[in-house]
Ligand binder design. Structure first.
Ligand SMILES: [Mg+2]
Length: 225
């Protein structure tokens, strides 16, 4: 078996800032703020760290209960805002997932900084849910490396160490590459997010792709020993 761990935003799809817009609205409404400050970096982060920073930046107590309130409101708002914003599946993604699904030597999961529930909203919105055996989200970990370690441990429990084989992390940010290396995975980076080729190459992934448009070549890369 070969395990593929796909990031969502900038890797499988783009939401046209739908996630950020939903978080901004959730923060304003849940805490009755007339103006909110969301001028923080989002790419490659876990939602656990974003919830905390957004509360602090808006002079709110970043307690667990407040993080939970913000997360619940965000998740409640996201489906409607995704429907309004549109966004798109990135080139070649559906064809690549179809090709992988047709073979029984791949296990395909999502590993994302998104909360598990909001990741599921995004996959459902774009009709991608059926391609994945499950979602590992950024609910618990502020650091993406910890998310990757938690994911690797769960995969070993679920499938058994012998069955697992090689793990490949696929993502669009330096944080995706580093977290893959933290668990000894091969990493394939893609330039469809907010980072350019040189920033990704600096982290020394196994490959950097412009996008997934050349489905046959990318499938062969993922299947190669
Ligand atoms: Mg991403």
């Amino acid at each position: 078996m070969r395990v593929l761990l796909f990031d969502i935003d900038g890797t499988l799809l783009v939401t046209d800032d739908g996630g950020k817009t939903a978080l901004e609205a959730a923060l304003a409404d849940e805490f009755e703020l007339s103006a909110v400050d969301v001028a923080i970096s989002f790419a490659g982060r876990t939602d656990r760290s974003l919830l905390r920073e957004l509360l602090e930046r808006n002079r709110l107590d970043a307690s667990e209960p407040n993080q939970t309130r913000l997360a619940r409101r965000y998740s409640a708002y996201l489906p409607k805002i995704l429907a309004q914003r549109g966004g798109e599946i990135l080139p070649g993604v559906t064809e690549l997932l179809e090709k992988i699904a047709a073979q029984d030597n791949f296990l395909c999961y999502v590993m994302t900084g998104n909360l598990r529930e909001t990741a599921t909203h995004k996959l459902n919105h774009f009709g991608l849910t059926r391609y994945f055996q499950g979602v590992y989200g950024g609910d618990h970990d502020s650091e993406r490396d910890d998310l990757a370690r938690r994911t690797a441990a769960d995969l070993r429990d679920r499938h058994g160490e012998q069955q697992l084989g090689e793990v490949i992390v696929i993502g669009d940010t330096p944080q995706d590459i580093r977290c893959g290396h933290a668990i000894g995975a091969r990493v394939v980076a893609v330039c469809t997010g907010s980072y350019g080729r040189s920033a990704l190459e600096a982290e020394k992934p196994a490959a950097v792709l412009n996008d997934f448009a050349d489905v046959t070549a990318i499938h062969d890369l993922l299947a190669a020993p």
